[in-house]
Design a protein around this ligand. Structure first.
Ligand code: S3P
Length: 447
């Protein structure tokens, strides 16, 4: 499917975005291990999260869908059933890596497979610690790639220092730790999103966090079933927030958004680039901050994105690179080598597409240098089957002369069903906006 985009008029909108992808995966998995029925609303009904739902069903967990974006998970404590067939994780690395942790604690054998992209992604990062905990895992692909054959059970806790910053790896170890004897401690090289730790605590699982950021989980605990509301996904909102930020006079308010500080550094980058960004936390009841973000656009200026903030905004780098092309001066992205092993090599994909639109980009081994501002011109662009590349370049198309066509744009369904309708609404606003007051007070997003 082609997605055609043309230059946007001035953006002035109030929106919500679909539920957070990372939180939806975790809510379904932890609820499945709980001792009762958990109703999860705001659940992201997108391809990636539905892979996790289907996988859990294959493992004997009843999951009802009483309404769109609501699932009711019937937790079976830690008792999963051996699946009759292999489990297809599709394009979802979160499904494969988190399930690897879960299945490492089950006594039966499972085979996890994925699509062509997922079958190329590194799995050694989860295999090594899970083997150390006692699981038997064989990677059938070359260089420790999927399919993964896992036979688990009889796990013991470990102390593990992760050699890379990855929330998926941390989460796989914590889930295995929940099913293991004794305690498991994971130390991160740099902080990553902490949804798993928060969700476990929300379900009354005992975990601790040291001052240096090491997370410890005490094994063999059964999560207490609870209901949960998934907030909107800041990584999805980032497309629109960036579009409004890069448009002098642009204005956007996004409601019911997850504002966990391990996800908000993208807002700080937009502030550094010159946009006015304010956030108001309205609720932290479920241990995940949620609230409102408001952006007022400006002529952006280049910035440097590097170091410890990179793992906290990795998913937003494609659209931030587009902002870099629109900004005055140079934008440098460094220490982002992980982008090369995402759904596609995102460094190469961003550089290819920005150049095709007329921007000046120098590709680095771990990032890129973008010399802006570029008068972007519309082009036919490959999505490389990567949802974040497709959406980032749809946003670029809003700033280009002439039509931009994103090829194979159906991959957007992986994380953002309804993106095309939201794009249409942004470009042709139909409804009068009715603004409900914001609870709490706005603060400027920290740089
Ligand atoms: C995710 C973690 C990140 C992120 C991905 C979702 C998660 O991946 O890029 O989109 O839900 O844990 P890594 O753990 O590979 O950094």
């Amino acid at each position: 499917m082609d997605l055609r985009v043309r230059r946007a008029p001035r953006i002035d909108a109030e929106i919500t975005v679909p539920g957070d992808k990372s939180i939806s995966h975790r809510a379904a998995i932890i609820a499945a291990l709980s001792n009762g029925v958990c109703r999860i609303d705001g659940f992201l009904n997108a391809d990636d999260c539905m892979r996790t739902v289907e996988a859990l069903r294959t493992l004997g967990i009843r999951i009802d869908e009483p309404e769109p974006n609501t699932i009711c998970v019937h937790g079976k404590k830690h008792v999963l059933m051996p699946p009759e067939d292999e489990i297809d994780c599709g394009n979802s690395a979160t499904t494969m890596r988190l399930l690897a942790g879960l299945l490492a604690g089950q006594k039966f054998e499972t085979r996890l497979v994925g699509d062509a992209s997922l079958s190329k992604r590194p799995m050694e990062r989860v295999i090594t610690p899970l083997r150390e905990m006692g699981a038997d895992i064989v990677a059938e692909g070359p260089d420790n790639t999927a399919p993964l054959r896992i036979r688990g059970g009889n796990l013991h806790g470990i102390k593990y220092e992760m050699p890379l910053a990855s929330a998926q790896v941390k989460s796989a170890i914590l889930l295995a730790g929940l099913l293991a004897k004794g305690k498991t401690t994971v130390t991160e090289l740099a902080a990553t999103r902490d949804h798993t730790e928060r969700m476990l605590r929300y379900f009354f699982v005992r975990t601790t966090r040291s001052e240096k950021g090491a997370v410890t989980i005490f094994g063999e605990q059964v999560p207490e079933s609870r209901d949960f509301h998934v907030p909107g996904d800041l990584s999805s909102a980032a497309y629109w927030l960036t579009a409004a930020a890069a448009q002098p006079g642009g204005h956007l308010l996004v409601r019911d958004l997850g504002l966990n500080t391990t996800r908000t550094p993208v807002l700080g980058v937009l502030v550094r680039m010159g946009a006015q960004v304010r956030e108001a936390v309205e609720d932290v009841d479920q241990l995940e901050a949620r609230g409102v973000v408001e952006v007022n656009g400006a002529l952006l200026k280049g910035t440097v994105i590097q170091g410890k903030e990179v793992p906290l905004l990795l998913d937003e780098l494609p659209v931030l690179a587009v902002a870099g092309a629109l900004a005055h001066g140079t934008t440098i992205i460094k220490h982002a080598q992980e982008l090369r092993v995402k759904e596609t090599d995102r460094i190469a994909a961003i550089a290819h597409n920005l150049r095709a639109m007329g921007a000046q980009v120098i590709e680095l081994s771990d990032g890129m240098e973008i010399h802006g501002p570029a008068p972007l011109r519309g082009a036919r662009l490959p999505s490389f089957g990567d949802h974040r590349i497709a959406m980032a370049f749809a946003i670029a198309g809003l700033f280009a002369d002439g039509d931009t066509v994103i090829q194979d744009a159906e991959c957007i369904e992986i994380s953002y069903p309804g993106f095309e309708a939201a794009l249409d609404e942004m470009v042709n606003p139909k409804r009068a906006q009715t603004s409900t007051p914001v609870i709490g007070s706005f603060t400027s997003a920290p740089e």
